[in-house]
Ligand binder design. Sequence first.
Ligand SMILES: [Fe+2]
Length: 354
Amino acid sequence: MITFVNLKELKPGMVLAEHVYLKNNLLLAGGSVIKPNYINRLQKCGIDQFAVYDKVLEQQYILSNPVEKFYAKKYSTLAKIFSNLNNEEELDIGPIYKVIETILATVLKNQDDLLLLTGYSSTADIYLYAHSLDVCIYSLITAKAMKLSTEEYLLLGMGALLHDIGKFKVPDHILSKKESLTIDEFSEIKKHSAYGFYMLKRISQMNPTVSRIVLEHHERCDGSGYPKHLRNKEIHKLSKIIAIADIYDALTSDRVFKKKILPHEAAEYLLSISKSQLDSEITKIFLKNIAIYPKGCQVLLNTNEVAIVLDSNPKMPLRPRLKILTNNKGNFLQHPREFDMSSVLNVFITHVFS
Ligand SMILES: [Fe+2]
Protein backbone atom coordinates (compact mmCIF):
# COMPACT_ATOMS: atom_id res chain seq x y z
CA MET A 1 0.00 0.00 0.00
CA ILE A 2 1.14 3.54 -0.71
CA THR A 3 1.05 6.27 1.93
CA PHE A 4 2.10 9.93 1.89
CA VAL A 5 4.64 11.22 4.40
CA ASN A 6 6.27 14.59 4.97
CA LEU A 7 10.01 15.13 5.30
CA LYS A 8 9.96 14.73 9.12
CA GLU A 9 8.26 11.35 8.75
CA LEU A 10 10.56 10.15 5.96
CA LYS A 11 12.88 7.46 7.38
CA PRO A 12 15.83 5.47 6.03
CA GLY A 13 14.61 2.19 4.61
CA MET A 14 11.35 3.59 3.19
CA VAL A 15 10.86 2.94 -0.51
CA LEU A 16 9.65 5.75 -2.77
CA ALA A 17 6.50 4.87 -4.66
CA GLU A 18 6.81 7.74 -7.16
CA HIS A 19 9.59 9.72 -8.78
CA VAL A 20 10.59 12.90 -6.91
CA TYR A 21 11.17 15.93 -9.12
CA LEU A 22 12.78 19.29 -8.42
CA LYS A 23 11.93 21.96 -11.00
CA ASN A 24 11.24 19.27 -13.62
CA ASN A 25 14.54 17.51 -12.93
CA LEU A 26 14.34 13.99 -11.59
CA LEU A 27 15.86 13.95 -8.11
CA LEU A 28 15.06 10.43 -6.92
CA ALA A 29 13.43 7.60 -8.81
CA GLY A 30 10.37 5.70 -7.70
CA GLY A 31 11.72 2.48 -6.21
CA SER A 32 14.70 4.19 -4.52
CA VAL A 33 15.39 3.09 -0.96
CA ILE A 34 15.75 6.17 1.25
CA LYS A 35 19.25 6.48 2.73
CA PRO A 36 20.26 8.96 5.48
CA ASN A 37 22.15 11.16 3.01
CA TYR A 38 19.06 11.39 0.75
CA ILE A 39 17.14 12.96 3.66
CA ASN A 40 19.85 15.63 4.06
CA ARG A 41 19.71 16.31 0.33
CA LEU A 42 15.91 16.58 0.34
CA GLN A 43 15.99 18.97 3.32
CA LYS A 44 18.01 21.40 1.21
CA CYS A 45 15.53 21.15 -1.67
CA GLY A 46 12.44 22.13 0.33
CA ILE A 47 10.29 19.21 -0.88
CA ASP A 48 7.85 18.10 1.81
CA GLN A 49 5.58 15.34 0.48
CA PHE A 50 6.56 11.88 -0.61
CA ALA A 51 4.64 8.82 -1.73
CA VAL A 52 6.17 5.76 -0.09
CA TYR A 53 5.30 2.09 0.25
CA ASP A 54 4.31 1.18 3.77
CA LYS A 55 6.94 -1.58 3.99
CA VAL A 56 10.19 -0.30 5.50
CA LEU A 57 13.32 -2.23 4.58
CA GLU A 58 15.64 -3.69 7.18
CA GLN A 59 18.82 -1.88 8.17
CA GLN A 60 21.10 -4.22 6.18
CA TYR A 61 19.49 -3.11 2.91
CA ILE A 62 20.00 0.56 3.70
CA LEU A 63 23.67 0.37 4.48
CA SER A 64 26.25 0.41 1.72
CA ASN A 65 27.03 -2.89 0.06
CA PRO A 66 30.42 -4.54 0.71
CA VAL A 67 31.97 -3.07 -2.44
CA GLU A 68 30.91 0.44 -1.40
CA LYS A 69 32.48 -0.14 2.02
CA PHE A 70 35.66 -1.35 0.33
CA TYR A 71 35.67 1.81 -1.74
CA ALA A 72 35.10 4.10 1.25
CA LYS A 73 38.10 2.52 2.99
CA LYS A 74 40.26 3.38 0.01
CA TYR A 75 39.29 7.06 0.34
CA SER A 76 40.80 7.25 3.79
CA THR A 77 44.00 5.48 2.69
CA LEU A 78 44.34 7.88 -0.23
CA ALA A 79 43.60 10.90 1.98
CA LYS A 80 46.49 9.87 4.25
CA ILE A 81 48.87 9.27 1.33
CA PHE A 82 47.97 12.56 -0.37
CA SER A 83 48.37 14.52 2.83
CA ASN A 84 51.82 12.97 3.51
CA LEU A 85 52.91 13.78 -0.02
CA ASN A 86 51.62 17.32 0.23
CA ASN A 87 53.40 17.91 3.53
CA GLU A 88 56.60 16.48 2.08
CA GLU A 89 56.70 13.85 4.78
CA GLU A 90 58.53 10.59 4.21
CA LEU A 91 56.25 8.45 2.10
CA ASP A 92 55.80 4.71 2.45
CA ILE A 93 54.52 3.54 -0.92
CA GLY A 94 53.48 0.14 0.46
CA PRO A 95 49.86 1.22 1.21
CA ILE A 96 49.50 2.60 -2.33
CA TYR A 97 50.52 -0.77 -3.76
CA LYS A 98 47.98 -2.42 -1.46
CA VAL A 99 45.18 -0.23 -2.89
CA ILE A 100 46.28 -1.08 -6.43
CA GLU A 101 46.55 -4.80 -5.70
CA THR A 102 43.03 -4.89 -4.22
CA ILE A 103 41.57 -3.02 -7.18
CA LEU A 104 43.51 -5.22 -9.57
CA ALA A 105 42.27 -8.40 -7.90
CA THR A 106 38.66 -7.16 -8.25
CA VAL A 107 39.24 -6.06 -11.85
CA LEU A 108 40.54 -9.52 -12.70
CA LYS A 109 37.64 -11.19 -10.89
CA ASN A 110 34.55 -9.09 -11.60
CA GLN A 111 35.06 -5.62 -12.98
CA ASP A 112 31.31 -4.87 -13.11
CA ASP A 113 31.30 -4.56 -9.29
CA LEU A 114 33.80 -1.72 -9.51
CA LEU A 115 32.26 -0.05 -12.55
CA LEU A 116 29.02 0.35 -10.65
CA LEU A 117 30.80 2.59 -8.18
CA THR A 118 32.73 4.85 -10.54
CA GLY A 119 31.57 8.35 -11.33
CA TYR A 120 29.32 8.59 -8.30
CA SER A 121 31.14 10.12 -5.35
CA SER A 122 31.53 13.67 -6.39
CA THR A 123 31.13 15.99 -3.41
CA ALA A 124 33.86 18.63 -3.59
CA ASP A 125 35.72 17.39 -0.49
CA ILE A 126 36.27 13.86 -1.74
CA TYR A 127 36.28 14.51 -5.48
CA LEU A 128 40.04 14.15 -5.84
CA TYR A 129 40.08 10.76 -4.07
CA ALA A 130 37.03 9.47 -5.90
CA HIS A 131 38.37 10.66 -9.25
CA SER A 132 41.81 9.12 -8.61
CA LEU A 133 40.23 5.77 -7.72
CA ASP A 134 37.91 5.89 -10.74
CA VAL A 135 40.82 6.64 -13.08
CA CYS A 136 42.77 3.78 -11.51
CA ILE A 137 39.85 1.36 -12.00
CA TYR A 138 39.24 2.40 -15.63
CA SER A 139 42.97 2.29 -16.43
CA LEU A 140 43.46 -1.18 -14.95
CA ILE A 141 40.42 -2.54 -16.80
CA THR A 142 41.91 -1.18 -20.04
CA ALA A 143 45.33 -2.60 -19.15
CA LYS A 144 43.78 -6.02 -18.60
CA ALA A 145 42.21 -5.89 -22.08
CA MET A 146 45.56 -4.81 -23.53
CA LYS A 147 47.23 -7.76 -21.77
CA LEU A 148 49.90 -5.58 -20.21
CA SER A 149 52.54 -7.07 -17.89
CA THR A 150 52.22 -7.17 -14.10
CA GLU A 151 54.95 -4.54 -13.84
CA GLU A 152 53.00 -2.26 -16.18
CA TYR A 153 49.79 -2.84 -14.15
CA LEU A 154 51.54 -1.60 -11.04
CA LEU A 155 53.14 1.43 -12.70
CA LEU A 156 49.85 2.33 -14.35
CA GLY A 157 47.88 1.88 -11.12
CA MET A 158 50.35 4.04 -9.21
CA GLY A 159 50.35 6.73 -11.92
CA ALA A 160 46.54 6.70 -12.02
CA LEU A 161 46.13 7.05 -8.25
CA LEU A 162 48.64 9.90 -8.12
CA HIS A 163 48.01 11.61 -11.48
CA ASP A 164 46.35 14.70 -9.97
CA ILE A 165 48.40 14.88 -6.76
CA GLY A 166 49.81 18.23 -7.93
CA LYS A 167 46.35 19.78 -7.45
CA PHE A 168 47.22 20.06 -3.76
CA LYS A 169 49.60 22.84 -4.76
CA VAL A 170 46.89 24.76 -6.64
CA PRO A 171 44.95 27.24 -4.44
CA ASP A 172 41.56 25.91 -3.31
CA HIS A 173 39.63 28.97 -4.45
CA ILE A 174 40.71 28.23 -8.04
CA LEU A 175 39.90 24.51 -7.88
CA SER A 176 36.44 25.10 -6.41
CA LYS A 177 35.51 28.15 -8.47
CA LYS A 178 32.01 27.82 -9.95
CA GLU A 179 32.37 30.61 -12.54
CA SER A 180 34.65 30.42 -15.58
CA LEU A 181 38.34 30.68 -14.84
CA THR A 182 40.46 33.66 -15.84
CA ILE A 183 43.44 33.01 -18.13
CA ASP A 184 45.81 33.28 -15.14
CA GLU A 185 43.73 30.88 -13.04
CA PHE A 186 43.59 28.37 -15.87
CA SER A 187 47.34 28.51 -16.36
CA GLU A 188 47.79 27.94 -12.60
CA ILE A 189 45.60 24.80 -12.81
CA LYS A 190 47.61 23.61 -15.79
CA LYS A 191 50.71 23.58 -13.62
CA HIS A 192 49.37 20.67 -11.54
CA SER A 193 50.96 17.98 -13.71
CA ALA A 194 54.40 19.55 -13.27
CA TYR A 195 53.76 20.14 -9.53
CA GLY A 196 52.86 16.43 -9.22
CA PHE A 197 55.97 15.39 -11.13
CA TYR A 198 58.25 17.30 -8.72
CA MET A 199 56.34 16.03 -5.65
CA LEU A 200 56.96 12.43 -6.74
CA LYS A 201 60.49 12.94 -7.99
CA ARG A 202 61.80 13.57 -4.50
CA ILE A 203 60.55 10.17 -3.28
CA SER A 204 63.42 7.75 -3.60
CA GLN A 205 61.24 4.62 -3.82
CA MET A 206 59.16 6.07 -6.66
CA ASN A 207 59.70 4.54 -10.09
CA PRO A 208 60.58 7.38 -12.55
CA THR A 209 57.95 6.06 -15.01
CA VAL A 210 55.25 6.97 -12.47
CA SER A 211 56.52 10.56 -12.23
CA ARG A 212 56.63 10.66 -16.04
CA ILE A 213 52.99 9.45 -16.31
CA VAL A 214 51.90 12.15 -13.86
CA LEU A 215 53.73 14.79 -15.89
CA GLU A 216 52.25 13.59 -19.19
CA HIS A 217 48.62 12.88 -18.32
CA HIS A 218 47.40 16.07 -20.03
CA GLU A 219 49.60 15.68 -23.13
CA ARG A 220 47.65 15.01 -26.33
CA CYS A 221 48.79 13.11 -29.45
CA ASP A 222 48.35 16.16 -31.74
CA GLY A 223 50.59 18.33 -29.54
CA SER A 224 47.65 20.35 -28.12
CA GLY A 225 48.24 19.16 -24.54
CA TYR A 226 50.47 20.43 -21.76
CA PRO A 227 52.99 21.08 -20.25
CA LYS A 228 55.45 20.12 -23.00
CA HIS A 229 53.12 19.86 -26.04
CA LEU A 230 54.47 16.37 -26.71
CA ARG A 231 53.25 14.45 -29.74
CA ASN A 232 52.06 10.89 -30.22
CA LYS A 233 55.26 8.82 -30.04
CA GLU A 234 56.80 11.05 -27.39
CA ILE A 235 54.01 10.23 -24.93
CA HIS A 236 54.32 7.06 -22.81
CA LYS A 237 51.72 4.36 -23.55
CA LEU A 238 50.62 4.35 -19.90
CA SER A 239 50.13 8.14 -19.91
CA LYS A 240 47.84 7.72 -22.94
CA ILE A 241 45.66 5.21 -21.05
CA ILE A 242 45.34 7.57 -18.08
CA ALA A 243 44.50 10.52 -20.34
CA ILE A 244 41.47 8.61 -21.73
CA ALA A 245 40.32 7.38 -18.31
CA ASP A 246 40.78 10.89 -16.87
CA ILE A 247 38.64 12.59 -19.55
CA TYR A 248 35.92 9.94 -19.35
CA ASP A 249 35.65 10.13 -15.57
CA ALA A 250 35.72 13.95 -15.50
CA LEU A 251 32.84 14.04 -18.01
CA THR A 252 30.71 11.45 -16.22
CA SER A 253 31.10 12.91 -12.69
CA ASP A 254 29.35 15.94 -11.22
CA ARG A 255 31.68 18.86 -10.44
CA VAL A 256 31.10 22.14 -8.62
CA PHE A 257 31.19 23.97 -11.95
CA LYS A 258 29.41 21.49 -14.25
CA LYS A 259 26.88 18.68 -14.32
CA LYS A 260 27.92 15.21 -15.41
CA ILE A 261 26.95 13.96 -18.85
CA LEU A 262 25.64 10.51 -19.66
CA PRO A 263 28.16 7.71 -20.26
CA HIS A 264 27.19 7.32 -23.92
CA GLU A 265 27.66 11.07 -24.49
CA ALA A 266 31.14 10.85 -22.94
CA ALA A 267 31.85 7.84 -25.18
CA GLU A 268 30.84 9.85 -28.25
CA TYR A 269 33.07 12.72 -27.15
CA LEU A 270 36.06 10.40 -26.69
CA LEU A 271 35.48 8.94 -30.14
CA SER A 272 35.28 12.43 -31.65
CA ILE A 273 38.77 13.33 -30.37
CA SER A 274 40.29 9.85 -30.60
CA LYS A 275 41.87 10.37 -34.01
CA SER A 276 43.48 13.70 -33.17
CA GLN A 277 44.16 14.03 -29.43
CA LEU A 278 44.07 10.47 -28.11
CA ASP A 279 45.52 7.12 -29.06
CA SER A 280 42.68 5.80 -31.22
CA GLU A 281 43.50 2.10 -30.66
CA ILE A 282 43.57 2.50 -26.87
CA THR A 283 40.35 4.56 -27.01
CA LYS A 284 38.63 1.70 -28.87
CA ILE A 285 39.84 -0.83 -26.29
CA PHE A 286 38.75 1.48 -23.46
CA LEU A 287 35.23 1.93 -24.83
CA LYS A 288 34.85 -1.76 -25.59
CA ASN A 289 35.77 -2.75 -22.05
CA ILE A 290 34.28 -0.03 -19.87
CA ALA A 291 30.66 -1.13 -19.76
CA ILE A 292 28.88 2.13 -20.54
CA TYR A 293 25.92 0.86 -18.53
CA PRO A 294 27.32 -1.83 -16.19
CA LYS A 295 25.28 -4.72 -14.86
CA GLY A 296 23.17 -3.63 -11.88
CA CYS A 297 23.14 0.04 -12.84
CA GLN A 298 19.72 1.72 -12.45
CA VAL A 299 18.51 3.86 -15.35
CA LEU A 300 15.54 5.99 -16.41
CA LEU A 301 14.14 5.52 -19.92
CA ASN A 302 12.54 8.13 -22.19
CA THR A 303 9.28 6.29 -21.45
CA ASN A 304 9.73 7.47 -17.82
CA GLU A 305 10.10 3.87 -16.60
CA VAL A 306 12.90 2.88 -14.23
CA ALA A 307 14.95 -0.20 -15.10
CA ILE A 308 17.99 -2.08 -13.95
CA VAL A 309 20.70 -3.27 -16.35
CA LEU A 310 20.83 -7.07 -16.57
CA ASP A 311 23.56 -7.45 -19.18
CA SER A 312 25.56 -5.23 -21.46
CA ASN A 313 25.35 -5.88 -25.17
CA PRO A 314 28.90 -5.98 -26.61
CA LYS A 315 27.64 -5.29 -30.15
CA MET A 316 25.45 -2.35 -29.06
CA PRO A 317 26.93 -1.09 -25.75
CA LEU A 318 24.38 1.74 -25.56
CA ARG A 319 21.49 -0.73 -25.72
CA PRO A 320 21.80 -3.17 -22.80
CA ARG A 321 19.28 -5.81 -21.73
CA LEU A 322 17.12 -4.46 -18.91
CA LYS A 323 14.60 -5.40 -16.31
CA ILE A 324 11.82 -2.79 -16.16
CA LEU A 325 11.02 -2.14 -12.49
CA THR A 326 8.38 0.61 -12.52
CA ASN A 327 5.67 2.02 -14.72
CA ASN A 328 5.94 5.57 -16.07
CA LYS A 329 4.68 7.03 -12.75
CA GLY A 330 7.37 5.34 -10.70
CA ASN A 331 5.08 2.64 -9.29
CA PHE A 332 6.70 -0.76 -8.86
CA LEU A 333 5.51 -3.40 -11.34
CA GLN A 334 4.20 -6.48 -9.65
CA HIS A 335 5.95 -8.54 -12.29
CA PRO A 336 9.09 -6.70 -13.50
CA ARG A 337 9.65 -7.54 -17.16
CA GLU A 338 12.81 -8.07 -19.18
CA PHE A 339 13.44 -5.75 -22.07
CA ASP A 340 16.16 -5.91 -24.71
CA MET A 341 16.94 -2.36 -25.82
CA SER A 342 18.57 -3.62 -29.02
CA SER A 343 15.16 -4.77 -30.25
CA VAL A 344 13.28 -1.46 -29.80
CA LEU A 345 15.36 1.41 -31.12
CA ASN A 346 13.10 4.33 -30.15
CA VAL A 347 13.58 3.64 -26.44
CA PHE A 348 16.69 5.19 -24.94
CA ILE A 349 18.32 5.94 -21.58
CA THR A 350 17.84 9.50 -20.34
CA HIS A 351 19.33 9.31 -16.85
CA VAL A 352 21.66 7.10 -14.81
CA PHE A 353 20.94 6.95 -11.07
CA SER A 354 23.72 7.24 -8.55
FE1 LIG B 1 44.93 16.32 -14.23
